[in-house]
Design a protein around this ligand. Structure first.
Ligand code: NAD
Ligand code: USQ
Length: 409
């Protein structure tokens, strides 16, 4: 298949390109490299040294003989170029990763909120409008998030996208399925909720064939293909805005930084290893809905964990100290989470779990590149409200305190 991978230079996009290229698909990466610019804005870099996208593609060709094509297009701002590109290349499938994906970054300031909404909603809508206009009948696979469901404890398993409800009609009680009511916890998660409505409309109005993957937090860094050459290495975010919780705990442990648990750590979240993430995308690609069918929704996760349990697990393995910090986010302090993922299991997913020794591999990667870590970028300081901002802990290591007491000793 000819596959357009929008956002193919990112953390999940890059290993997906390699995985699908390895399966003999013709891969076209479309990316505006905005994530690299955000690193520059934040004054931070990936833990792992990433080459330019052109260089990564060159190395892949050298290692495997396979070509990856790169196209620099901003999906949100360059509608005509996107439309022209689709009309010219007419992909069989499109995988859409190309959004601003960090909740803390989306809550940093009003400017970051505006950017996230403009970027994400325009990127998705431009793509849908251009697909209709060009008549490109590609299967669109979008990376959504488990966060659209919200984290209220409802005492029932979260279904895959649709909730059966009973309604009173004039003919008595009837059952129907509705999109699970969204309860996003950040501006970023809100844009993923808006995406769902866009998909529902275009599937129903234009018969677009769409799969929305409600993905949990992705952990890990290497996949089978990124291991093949040092310069194919994947991005690894550790900073307070883009680093996700388990990967952060692992790098913190590797550099002797306290594990930064927000609040009581009672938040329960869904997780998936990067290797399973790319495998799920392969499985979803092969299971396209028909034109006229409703959007197919999968929960792309393999296990759930409570944040403090993860911290304690990492602390036990590595001897790290756990720091319970004021939570910069507005979120439930404690929640339960039970999630259905039957569809991927039925399609043959064999989950990689935390138990399988891969935690050590990440600590090793972090130790290897520890010299690239700027400790001042580790604290999570983007707060959800002004009130929470006033309580953020900017110095979980207590270095300021130490230097003052050191100075007076
Ligand atoms: P990432 O930020 O590493 O990658 C996103 C890529 O999209 C970047 O290369 C960026 O330059 C590109 N991009 C952003 N806006 C664009 C635009 N307007 N035009 C063209 N390119 C654009 O993110 P990721 O971690 O790889 O996540 C990929 C997708 O998966 C996101 O949509 C995210 O919401 C979703 N997701 C990620 C996780 C996770 O834990 N990383 C979990 C669930 C869902
Ligand atoms: N947390 C800590 N300490 C930290 C970092 C995070 O306790 O140092 C807590 C947060 O407060 C939150 C939980 O860990 O309760 C998860 O935070 P996260 O940053 O790991 O994940 P999140 O903000 O939810 O976002 C990530 C990705 C996003 C994706 C989402 C999937 O960045 O793109 O959509 O995971 S999900 O969480 O299932 O919605």
């Amino acid at each position: 298949m000819r596959i357009a991978v929008l956002g193919g230079d990112g953390f999940v996009g890059w290993p997906t390109c390699l995985h699908l290229s390895d399966l003999d698909h013709d891969i076209h990466i479309v990316d505006n490299l905005s994530r690299r610019w955000i690193d520059t804005e934040l004054g931070v870099q990936s833990l792992t040294p990433m080459d330019s996208i052109q260089e990564r593609c060159r190395i892949w060709r050298e290692v495997t003989g396979r070509r990856l094509n790169f196209h620099l297009i901003d999906l949100a701002k360059e509608y005509e170029r996107l439309k022209g590109w689709l009309a010219e290349h007419r992909p069989d499938a499109i995988i859409h990763f190309a959004e601003q994906r960090a909740a803390p970054y989306s809550m940093k300031t009003d400017r970051h909120k505006v950017y996230t909404v403009n970027n994400n909603v325009s990127a998705t809508h431009n793509l849908l409008a251009a697909m209709v206009e060009t008549g490109v009948d590609a299967h669109l696979v979008h990376l959504g998030t488990m966060g659209v469901y919200g984290y209220g404890t409802v005492g029932a398993a979260i279904p895959e996208g649709y909730l059966p409800v009973k309604v009173d009609t004039t003919d008595g009680e009837a059952e129907q399925e509705i999109l699970y009511p969204t309860r996003p916890g950040s501006v970023y998660h809100m844009t993923k909720s808006l995406d769902q409505i866009l998909f529902q409309f275009y599937a129903q109005n234009d018969g677009l064939r769409i799969t929305d993957l409600h993905q949990g937090i992705v952990w890990g860094t290497h996949t089978e293909q990124t291991r093949r050459h040092e310069q194919l290495i994947n991005r690894f975010d550790y900073d307070g805005d883009y680093g996700t919780v388990l990967n952060r705990f692992l790098i913190q442990a590797a550099i002797g930084y306290p594990l930064t648990v927000h609040g009581t750590g009672g938040q329960t979240r869904a997780f998936i290893h990067i290797q399973d993430s790319v495998r799920c995308i392969e499985l979803a690609l092969a299971d396209a809905p028909h034109a006229g069918e409703r959007v197919k929704i999968f929960n792309q996760m393999t296990e759930t964990h409570r944040v403090r349990d993860l911290a304690e697990l990492v602390a036990r393995k590595t001897g790290a100290r756990v720091a319970y910090l004021p939570n910069p986010r507005k979120e439930a302090e404690e929640n339960d989470l039970v999630v259905k993922n039957d569809q991927f299991l039925a399609l043959g997913l064999d989950p990689t779990t935390l138990a399988e020794g891969l935690l050590d591999e990440i600590v090793e990667v972090a130790r290897r590149y520890a010299h690239r870590i700027d400790r001042s970028r580790v604290p999570a300081v983007s707060a959800w409200t002004r009130d929470l901002a006033s309580r953020v802990e900017r110095d979980p290591e207590g270095t300021r305190l130490r230097s003052v007491s050191g100075g007076t000793a």
